[in-house]
Write a protein that binds this ligand. Structure first.
Ligand code: ATP
Ligand SMILES: O=C(O)[C@@H](O)C(=O)CO
Length: 420
């Protein structure tokens, strides 16, 4: 294993796997830190944690445990993957985890770059944009767990750490890898070792990857990995064969707990197209009036692509959270969706599509899946995944995917459009 990655959620980790596989690296995603060694052919290992919304001491502990395992697999470089919308609270976890990893690896310089231009995320003048809106006006200000109310990443990161936060501006990145590196080193000299880097195009991310090729740690969204396979290839370290993947026939279903704008549009599109859809009322789950058994039985009885969803608009989410507490609602809905997934797979579903990072994490953990082989891209940031002999998955980040994502994913998982 060459590259060791730690993802702070499950969909984000598969997004990173997608970037690496597209660039020709063999990537496997692990659900938590594995107990056993990795298979020898794995070139990039991604330990997916569900650490984005945990108390920060726990997020740090889990991340360091993952680092130890990746280190033991022989990794030469490490990447901490967080969300392209920098999802975190003023308490963390991005700053504290990055600091702990940097200390463990003995480095005093770390770049932070969530840019993912293909999904419309760009960093300029230290500010994060989603499409042509600032992060704080993109809908992310209403996120159920990590509302992002400040688009200035330097200011947001500074709230999470006592260390100096610096900036690597776009003009230094555009001047090439050597200039970008010189600017990074200058920031470190000035006492600002945690450096937010601008990037608005894929090429900027490749340049950044080249600029930090010799550093043990980098952090960012999946885009920050764009240049890394090239770095390893230039050293003759990658297999010429590249990744392999095969599709899977059989019944399919969609589970969505994501309340993000893109998911809500996908749910609306699916429903408007007349596909079978079952809305889950969180109040009914909390009161024990809706059960996973009922939801799974309903889905297993449908023709076409059934969708079970609790996705709701921000007002409805806030109302239920105010009545029961954010953590309680999330925990109960995630347990519900995990149990539904178990029953669906036990009932014969072989293609499972999940929407939402926390939701997908709950499903993968609930199904007890240990390692996921990353396959071809369905939509930017979302790959097809093989999770076992008969089970394939698509774990969709809340804000990713076109309107017809669910149907498209079901077709891709079956093998449509996938090179033999
Ligand atoms: N109707 C609802 N009311 C309140 N909370 C909900 C509702 N439906 C889902 N949730 C909870 O909201 C959270 C949504 O987070 P999740 O990470 O799954 O989606 P997301 O934030 O859109 O995705 P991502 O993290 O990939 O951006 C989950 O904890 C989920 O259980
Ligand atoms: O980076 C992203 O936007 C995604 O991979 C993700 O982490 C969303 O949860």
């Amino acid at each position: 294993m060459l590259l060791g990655c730690i993802g702070d959620d499950f969909t984000g980790s598969s997004d990173l796997g997608n970037t690496l596989v597209k660039a020709g690296m063999r990537a496997v995603q692990y659900a938590g830190t594995p107990a056993a060694p990795a298979a020898p052919e794995v070139e990039a290992g991604i330990v997916a944690l569900k650490s984005r919304s945990l108390p920060r001491a726990e997020a740090v502990r889990l991340s360091l445990e993952a680092l130890d395992w990746l280190h033991a697999q022989g990794c030469r470089q490490f990447l901490f993957k967080y969300c392209s919308t920098f999802d975190s609270t003023p308490e963390g976890n991005i700053g504290p985890v990055a600091e702990a990893l940097a200390d463990a690896l003995g480095t005093d310089r770390v770049i932070f770059c969530p840019a993912f231009p293909a999904a419309g995320r760009m960093v300029f003048q230290g500010h994060l944009f989603v499409g042509n809106r600032l992060l704080s006006e993109s809908g992310m200000e209403n996120h159920p767990l990590t509302p992002m109310t400040d688009p200035d990443l330097r200011r947001w990161l500074a709230r999470q750490t006592a260390r100096g936060v610096g900036h690597l501006p776009a003009d230094a990145v555009w001047a090439g890898a050597a200039a970008a590196r010189a600017r990074l080193d200058a920031e470190v000299q000035a006492g600002r070792g945690l450096v937010v880097a601008d990037a608005i195009r894929d090429q900027d991310l490749v340049t950044l990857g080249q600029a930090v090729a010799d550093l043990p740690l980098l952090t960012g969204g999946s885009g920050i990995a764009l240049g890394l396979p090239g770095n390893f290839r230039a050293q003759g370290l990658l297999s010429a064969e590249g990744p392999r993947w095969r599709g899977q026939a059989g019944p399919a279903a969609v589970l969505s707990g994501s309340c993000s704008r893109a998911t809500r549009r996908q749910v609306a599109h699916h429903v408007a197209g007349g596909a079978p859809a079952l809305e889950i009322d969180p109040e009914a789950v909390l009161a024990g009036r809706a059960s996973a058994r009922q939801a799974a039985d309903w889905a297993l009885a449908q023709y076409g692509l059934p969708l079970v969803y609790s996705s709701a608009d921000p007002e409805a989410v806030r109302a239920v959270q105010a009545r029961h507490g954010t953590g309680t609602v999330a925990a109960r809905l995630e347990a519900f969706v995990a149990e539904t997934a178990r029953l669906l797979v036990a009932g014969g579903v072989t293609r499972l599509i999940t929407a939402g990072g926390e939701t997908s994490g709950a499903v993968v953990e609930g199904l007890g899946l240990a390692s996921l082989e990353i396959g071809p891209e369905i939509d930017p940031g979302v790959p097809a995944i093989r999770a076992g002999r008969d089970l394939v998955l698509a774990l969709k980040s809340g804000n990713f995917g076109a309107e017809d994502f669910f149907a498209k994913a079901a077709a891709c998982l079956e093998g449509a459009g996938v090179p033999a």
